[in-house]
Design a protein around this ligand. Structure first.
Ligand code: CP
Length: 292
């Protein structure tokens, strides 16, 4: 039984085995293959989600697990119950694994020392979003065959991005070159990765745009959406300069017309919706790893 708290601590072989297992699940013809009968998985989201929550649920159901969905907004959290008491409550009822998304940083690591069932990180603060980065690596590997030597530019609100951190830590284990391009106030100097200009960033093999996370900004980091778009957005004009073999990625949700122009979201070089599709086999592999 194995938790997945982040990719920083996982070695290359372990990440590769998850990617390979996801490829196995993607290749299956049957939509449901009940390899986890009688296993109960609780999806515990203390912060909003569409993609992660639903792709975990699809993944769990495709594996034949019993699924419980917990939403903080309609739970006793609203009466002041703590995150620990909530997770401990579900554990005491007999769930076999918990998928958990949290806003505060550090709480998941502490929970994992107290809770006995495997916990899977579905995004904790701006720390890690391991299954997002796994599906991103999977998407890149499908496109290029090999991650070693790949140049990946991660552009936008790096400071507030758990996706940027998980991708940086995972991609480096495979020998990919990761650079950040971020406006002032959204850089992440503590991550010890090169910060480059938007013109340099556009030369990469992978152009990964990040959402401007207004909900995590204290105040005034952005003067106007149009100004952000002009300086750091992937506009139709800028997209003409990216290499013909390059791909555009974005973890979504997307602020169309801010970090990426509407016309580019489903353009031939975009892999944004395939990323979401790849999230299901990745999460099947992660759930299976936790419960097998
Ligand atoms: N990419 C991602 O984590 O999306 P959600 O917040 O909708 O889960």
């Amino acid at each position: 039984q194995r938790s997945l708290l982040g990719l920083k601590e996982l070695d290359q072989e372990e990440i590769r085995s998850i990617l390979d297992r996801a490829a196995y699940w993607e290749a299956q013809q049957e939509k449901v293959k009940p390899v986890l009968p009688g296993k109960f998985v609780a999806n515990m989201f203390f912060e909003n989600s569409t993609r992660t929550r639903f792709s975990f649920e699809v993944a769990e159901k495709r594996l034949g697990a019993e699924v419980l969905n917990f939403s903080a907004a309609v739970s006793s959290v609203q009466k002041g119950e703590s995150i620990y008491d909530t997770v401990r409550t579900l554990e005491s009822m007999g769930i076999d694994a918990g998928v958990i998304r949290l806003k505060p940083i550090g709480v998941l690591a502490e929970l994992a020392t107290k809770i006995r069932i495997p916990l899977i990180n579905a995004g904790d603060g701006n720390n890690e979003h391991p299954t997002q980065a796994l599906l991103d690596l999977y998407t890149m590997r499908k496109q290029f065959g090999e991650l070693r030597g790949l140049n990946v530019s991660i552009i936008g609100d790096v400071q507030h991005s758990r996706v940027a951190r998980s991708n940086l830590w995972a991609l480096r284990k495979f020998g990919a070159n990761v650079s950040f391009c971020a406006p002032e106030g959204m850089t992440a100097a503590e991550l010890d990765a090169p910060h480059i200009s938007i013109d340099e960033a556009l030369k990469a093999d992978v152009i990964m745009m990040l959402r401007v996370q207004l909900e995590r900004h204290e105040n005034g980091l952005i003067k106007s959406a149009e100004e952000y778009r002009q300086q750091y957005g992937l506009t139709v004009e800028r997209a003409k300069r990216i290499a013909p073999h390059a791909i555009i990625m974005h973890p979504a949700p997307i602020n169309r017309g801010v970090e990426i122009d509407d016309e580019l979201v489903e353009s031939p070089q975009s892999r944004i919706f395939p990323q979401m599709q790849n999230g299901v086999p990745i999460r099947m592999a992660v759930i299976e790893r936790a419960l097998s």
